[in-house]
Design a protein around this ligand. Structure first.
Ligand SMILES: [Zn+2]
Ligand SMILES: [Zn+2]
Length: 97
C-alpha cells in the first residue's frame, strides 16, 4: 500500500474511471482525479498518506538519533496513532464493501 504514481482520470486503488465508475457510483475524491470517493478507496488513500509521512519522519529521526524529545519523535508518535485509526477505517470499509 503506497502512494504509487497515479494516472489522472483513473482511481489508483479500484481502477475505476469516469466512463466505468464503481457499481455503487462514485466521483473523484482528489483534485487530480486519482482517487475515487468510494469508502474503501478514500480510507486506503488516507492510510497511504499517513504511511508516507511516517516514512519521512523515520528518516528524520535516524538523523537525530538519541534526541527522544525532538519534533520528529513527537510527530512520529502522533502519526503512529493516526495510522492505527486509519488502518481501522480501511478495515471497516472493507467489511462494509
Ligand atoms: Zn470508483
Ligand atoms: Zn476507487
Amino acid at each position: 500500500m503506497n502512494l504509487a504514481p497515479a494516472q489522472p482520470g483513473r482511481c489508483r486503488y479500484c481502477r475505476c474511471t469516469d466512463r466505468c465508475a464503481c457499481p455503487e457510483g462514485c466521483s473523484w475524491y482528489d483534485d487530480q482525479a486519482t482517487v475515487c470517493d468510494s469508502p474503501l478507496c478514500v480510507a486506503r488513500f488516507r492510510l497511504a498518506l499517513a504511511n508516507a509521512i511516517s516514512k519521512l519522519l523515520r528518516i528524520g529521526l535516524k538523523k537525530q538519533q538519541g534526541q527522544r524529545l525532538s519534533c520528529y519523535s513527537m510527530a512520529a508518535v502522533i502519526i503512529d496513532e493516526l495510522r492505527k485509526e486509519l488502518a481501522m477505517e480501511v478495515r471497516d470499509a472493507k467489511v462494509a464493501s
